[in-house]
Every structure is written in structure tokens, then in C-alpha cells.
Design a protein around this ligand. Structure first.
Ligand code: NI
Length: 255
């Protein structure tokens, strides 16, 4: 059994067949899916889906691309949504200097505000960091040891992974770990301590190698876990057990 700790099933790419996608995910042995949000509408949709489906949970938050939409009213609504029993994290939030779709000063401010919200409501955070390692760490450090966070779809080398681990963060691996050229990422997957990582799809994006070019879905998280089992030289059921247990503890999802 596995947990897909980061999906986006609320997106309209699943409007035609969402029921079927969720059904085959459960059938394939994925026991829960956490839908991460990127703006206010997607946060509301993630909560609604979590109410409709037993195996679905939600994270509410605003992605750095949409950072300019995080005004005080939005923050208040996120605070209300976060009280829902199936909301297990705030996110995704963070910094994206690759696409820079919101000005960097606005991204930093939205990141800080959501970190403070997470501390206030006592939930873990899902962090999106693309080409912004230094500023991401600097902002996290301002919040000291209060942040229980995961670097979602980790990108970086062992040195950066080490910094994250020393700050108490978790690391989550997605489809790129299966790509032929991702040697550095597989080195990180072999390296991270057993109690500090889990797996995700980030679907509909980042489809694992065996279905690359197609829409991604939570059942494909198995390919991510299999690759990690291979690089860590442990059996697949052991990786499933470890990542599921780590994710349950991190997100506070009872067994
Ligand atoms: Ni995502």
C-alpha cells in the first residue's frame, strides 16, 4: 500500500473521468491521495473532493505562480478551510524562480504569510521550490524550528538534501526520479534517511518514465516507489511500508 502525498485531482484535466481515476488508484493499492492546492478555487475544490471520497485528503494554499492572489481575504478563507478535519497541510507554497509568474518580492511575502498560517493552525507545510534554494531556506530559517515541512518534488543534490534534513524537513520524490538523466536525484533517493522521505505523483504533471507524455495519475506513484526501492537496494514492499508510515506521521493521518 502506498500514499500519493501530492496530487492535483481537482484540476479540470480529470473532469471527464475523475471517478474512474480514483477507483483504479484505490484498486491498485494506493490507500490515500493528498490533493495539494495552488489557489483559492483549487483549495475549495480539494476540500470538496475530500468530503466526497473517503481516501482523499486536502492541502490548502497558494502556489508561488499565483502568489499575487494571496490577499488578506484569501488568507482568512484558507484559515477557515484549514480547520476542516480532512485538511492535512498548508500548500503548496514557496518560491518558483524558474518561471517567475509572480514578482519575487510577492512570492516571498506569500510564502512567509502561509508559513505563519501553518504555525498558527498547527499543520505541516508542502513547499514548492524551483531554482530558489537559497531564498527558500532563508525564509524557512526565519520561522526557526516551528516548521514541519516537506520539499515536494525534490530537486537538488545531496548537499542541498542534507541542508533540508538538518533543518528537520522531509523530502518527497516524484516522477523525475524515474527519468534516465536524473542521476543526481537517484543519488539523493539512495542517501536520504529512512524516516525522512515519501513519494508523490504531482499529477497531472511529471508522469513517470513508463507513461511519459501521457497524463499522470496517482496509481503511477508505484513507479516512483519501485525506482526508489531499486536505488536503495531494498524490496518494494519495504519502501511502501516506510513511505506510507512516514507520510501518515507527517500529515497526521491515522492508520
Ligand atoms: Ni504540485
Amino acid at each position: 500500500m502506498l500514499i500519493d502525498t501530492h496530487a492535483h485531482l481537482q484540476m479540470n484535466k480529470y473532469d471527464r473521468d475523475r471517478d474512474a481515476v480514483i477507483a483504479r488508484t484505490i484498486e491498485s493499492g494506493i490507500e490515500c491521495i493528498i490533493n495539494a492546492s495552488f489557489d483559492l478555487p483549487s483549495s475549495r475544490q480539494a476540500v470538496k473532493l475530500a468530503e466526497e471520497y473517503e481516501n482523499l485528503y486536502a492541502a490548502v494554499g497558494v502556489h508561488p505562480h499565483d502568489a499575487k492572489t494571496l490577499d488578506d481575504g484569501t488568507l482568512d478563507i484558507l484559515r477557515e478551510l484549514s480547520k476542516h478535519p480532512k485538511v492535512v497541510a498548508i500548500g503548496e507554497m514557496g518560491l518558483d524562480y524558474y518561471r517567475d509568474l509572480s514578482p519575487r518580492s510577492v512570492q516571498k511575502s506569500a510564502f512567509g504569510k502561509q508559513l505563519r498560517l501553518a504555525v498558527e493552525v498547527d499543520l505541516p507545510v508542502i513547499i514548492h521550490n524551483r531554482d530558489a534554494h537559497d531564498d527558500t531556506m532563508a525564509i524557512l530559517k526565519q520561522h526557526g524550528d516551528q516548521i514541519n515541512g516537506v520539499m515536494h518534488c525534490f530537486s537538488g543534490d545531496i548537499g542541498f538534501a542534507d541542508k533540508c534534513i538538518r533543518m528537520g524537513l522531509h523530502i518527497s520524490f516524484a516522477g523525475p526520479v524515474t527519468y534516465p538523466k536524473s542521476h543526481q536525484l537517484r543519488d539523493v533517493a539512495a542517501y536520504v534517511p529512512q524516516d525522512r522521505f515519501f513519494v508523490e505523483t504531482d499529477c497531472p504533471y511529471l508522469t513517470p518514465q513508463f507513461k511519459r507524455g501521457k497524463r499522470n495519475e496517482p496509481s503511477y506513484v508505484k513507479a516512483v516507489a519501485k525506482k526508489i526501492a531499486e536505488v536503495r537496494r531494498v524490496a518494494f514492499p519495504e519502501i511502501a511500508r516506510i513511505t506510507t508510515s512516514n507520510a501518515r506521521t507527517f500529515f497526521g493521518i491515522a492508520d
